[in-house]
Write a protein that binds this ligand. Structure first.
Ligand SMILES: Cc1cc2nc3c(=O)[nH]c(=O)nc-3n(C[C@H](O)[C@H](O)[C@H](O)COP(=O)(O)OP(=O)(O)OC[C@H]3O[C@@H](n4cnc5c(N)ncnc54)[C@H](O)[C@@H]3O)c2cc1C
Length: 405
């Protein structure tokens, strides 16, 4: 174990590993990446791996478009494998009010140069043989959307960071943050102390606990997200468009000859990570099949296949939600040298390449290169939420991820 580093990153999920890679690439810094479990083993590999390009703001569209370029060039750039498919997607409104949202999406997509068009329910059915047009009000086709294998990204970035000189330690928990005169001086681990002037809290579901080691309170909520991968189904080919049904918040994409699908629960389950014990592993998170069964029933008219296809895998993870639906990225206003890379709002896997690069610039140059004030931890200054208020706002952001009214 080394005794000093320029930057210590706590958490080797997708966000921490991408940041480690870009720090080593841009800065030639001595970077150490620590994880309490195996590298890339917690929420990141359990995601759906869907990339949604049509975000709610121009800045998010700029970032995700950049992330798409990095996903396309991932193997060339890092030498690591990444399986991805440019399938496009169909965003489906079943209510007139949601159809109005699709019209706004169309305008915003066109203004930002995305490949978007409104198509009829029948055209959508022709593009996707498992989709029935009954009950569909409007459909937006998004040609830029894609999906990738979620298990390859955190490990790929970590390996590429290691090749650039980063020190990587799995099974090494950060137990304390050393502070002097309101600035970070180092971290403590069971293997000893590491002196450093910069710590990045990329601890995913555990972000609040790591921040709490410095007495910083960050308002985000660890939230369960679950999905099913079905058995192989004749005709479920890899390049069928992904589907998102807005009001039901159900998504589906091709996977291993069948489909992967899930839902943003109406009443999401939140976790207090502290109460789960120090050795908790995301693979032991309690799953609830009834939530998925109810979601399948809700979209039975459009996706009857979800009623009949047998699952081959049922999995879930614990992403983090914020009250305003934005990440938490950048320097803490409360402690010099302490940075966040968290608050993914269930969309952190796809956008992480862009955010990792911006955070690396923020640390090296003192600014991220574009205006990321919507994500900056400083936006919470002076705001006080009770836990109940925070959870209520986070639950709304979670269920309305597709912009349904
Ligand atoms: C079912 C599901 C579907 C999803 N679908 C999508 C999708 O389609 N598209 C998308 O973009 N996103 C999706 N997501 C969200 C995505 O998975 C997350 O945004 C992303 O994985 C978050 O990465 P992370 O690095 O913050 O967290 P993690 O991958 O959990 O990494 C955090 C790491 O920090 C480590 N850690 C914590 N505390 C400490 C400590 N004290 N010391 C050392 N290490 C520590 C943990 O062990 C862990 O490995 C989905 C998530 C789920 C669960």
């Amino acid at each position: 174990m080394i005794d000093s580093a320029d930057v210590v990153i706590v958490g080797a999920g997708r966000l921490g590993a991408a940041t480690a890679y870009y720090l080593t690439k841009q800065g030639g810094l001595r970077v150490t990446l620590l994880d309490q479990h195996e590298i890339g083993s917690q929420t990141s590999p359990r995601a759906a791996g869907m990339v949604s390009c049509l975000r709610k703001s121009e800045i998010m569209i700029t970032l995700i478009t950049d992330a798409c370029r990095k996903i396309e060039g991932f193997t060339d750039e890092t030498g690591q494998p990444l399986d991805w498919v440019g399938s496009g997607s169909l965003k489906i409104a079943r209510r007139p009010t949601d159809a109005d949202v699709l019209q706004e999406d169309l305008n915003r997509g066109r203004a930002t140069g995305l490949d978007v068009e409104l198509i009829s329910p029948e055209q959508a059915g022709a593009l996707h043989p498992f989709l029935r047009s009954r009950g569909i009000e409007a459909v937006l086709r998004i040609g830029d959307d894609r999906y990738f294998n979620p298990a390859q990204v955190a490990t790929g970035y970590a390996a590429a960071a290691a090749a650039n000189g980063a020190r990587i330690h799995a099974n090494t928990r950060v137990l304390g943050i050393d502070i002097e005169a309101s600035r970070v001086m180092g971290v403590s681990t069971p293997m000893g102390k590491i002196r450093t002037g910069a710590v990045i809290d990329a601890a995913g579901a555990w972000t609040r606990m790591v921040a709490g080691l410095s007495n910083i309170n960050v308002p985000l909520v660890p939230t369960r997200q679950q999905l099913i991968v079905t058995e192989e189904l004749p005709g479920a080919v890899a390049d069928l468009p992904m589907i998102r049904i807005m009001d039901a918040a159900v998504y589906m994409r091709p996977c291993l000859g069948g489909f992967l699908w899930g839902v943003y629960e109406e009443h999401p389950r939140f976790f207090d990570m502290q109460s789960l014990g120090t050795d908790f592993d995301i693979k032991d998170m309690p799953l609830d099949r009834a939530v998925l069964d109810a979601a399948a029933a809700e979209v039975a008219d459009q996706l009857p296949v979800l009623q009949t296809a047998q699952p081959r895998e049922f999995r879930g993870g614990i992403p983090t939600m914020t009250a305003d639906g934005h990440h938490v990225l950048g320097p803490s206003p409360d402690l010099r040298g302490f940075f966040f890379a968290s608050g993914c709002n269930v969309a952190g896997l796809s956008i992480a390449p862009a955010l990792g690069e911006k955070l690396a610039s923020w640390i090296i140059d003192g600014k991220p290169g574009i205006d990321l004030s919507c994500m900056a931890p400083a936006r919470f200054a002076g705001l006080e939420w009770s836990e109940e208020e925070l959870q209520r706002a986070a639950a709304w952001q979670y269920r309305h991820f597709y912009g349904a009214v």
